[in-house]
Write a protein that binds this ligand. Structure first.
Ligand code: ADP
Ligand code: NI
Length: 220
């Protein structure tokens, strides 16, 4: 086995040990899906550093600001610390750390441009996993873990213009669809992800239509 494959295998083991059973939708299986989706997107999009793609995907949620009092510097720091145990070229390390730093969604009007092609692929994979049926499941898991209600017709969705406002929101979980999930299809980078995103977007639209029908508690 070559050195890069060994690093990927070690990292998978480390993440399985650290994130198995996590209950907010940021568990090992989320990381695994983002890793697999990233590899599939990269293959279709061609010509990029696959090691950076795989490591970026595996490390992307290593220390999310949401679980560190909103501190965005913890993720990149932890990634740098973790990667320093391996013998990896410094330009690759930098690219992987940048992915961890830049990947997050920060609110409707806040740009989240990735500085590498590899980063664009990993960001797309992470966003696809926030959409569709898995996206719905993860969103209610996260909302429940934060003590949020499912829905409250009185509390209207907000169009966030700052990351600070977005990350401190305490709105019901349904609002997250309007504040992030339904906006993701237009925030994907690659054509491969855009095509896959359409199907996942349609599912969320249909979920919401059914949700409001059922909310009215009427027999048809
Ligand atoms: P990103 O990967 O862009 O940083 P997050 O980690 O913030 O995205 O979100 C990942 C998933 O966690 C979301 O797609 C959603 O399922 C859930 N989540 C995050 N914030 C909220 C929220 N305020 N309400 C409900 N679910 C949320
Ligand atoms: Ni993620």
């Amino acid at each position: 086995m070559d050195n890069q494959q060994q690093i990927i295998d070690d990292t998978i083991q480390y993440l399985k040990d650290s994130f198995s059973g996590e209950a907010t939708g940021h568990d090992w299986f989320h990381i695994e899906r983002v890793w697999k989706l990233s590899k599939s997107i990269a293959k279709k999009e061609g010509d990029m550093d696959l090691f950076v793609v795989e490591m970026g995907a595996l490390m992307h949620d290593i220390a999310d600001h949401k679980f560190h009092d909103g501190d965005e510097s913890v993720g990149p720091k932890k990634a740098a610390e973790y990667l320093s145990q391996f013998d990896i070229e410094s330009d690759k390390v930098e690219k992987i750390i940048k992915i961890v730093e830049e990947i997050s969604y920060k609110g409707k009007n806040i740009p989240t441009k990735m500085s590498s092609k590899e980063g664009e692929v990993v960001q797309d994979a992470d966003r696809l996993d926030a959409m569709g049926a898995i996206g719905v499941a993860r969103t209610f898991a996260y909302g429940g873990s934060k003590g949020r209600s499912i829905y409250d017709p009185i509390v209207k969705p907000v169009c966030h213009t700052s990351f600070a406002a977005y990350k401190t929101s305490t709105a019901p979980t349904i609002n997250h669809f309007y504040e992030k999930l339904l906006l993701l299809k237009d925030r994907l980078n690659t054509n491969t992800a855009k095509t896959e995103g359409e199907r996942r977007h349609e599912f969320m639209e249909s979920f919401l239509t059914n949700f409001y029908q059922d909310w009215n508690a009427q027999i048809r």
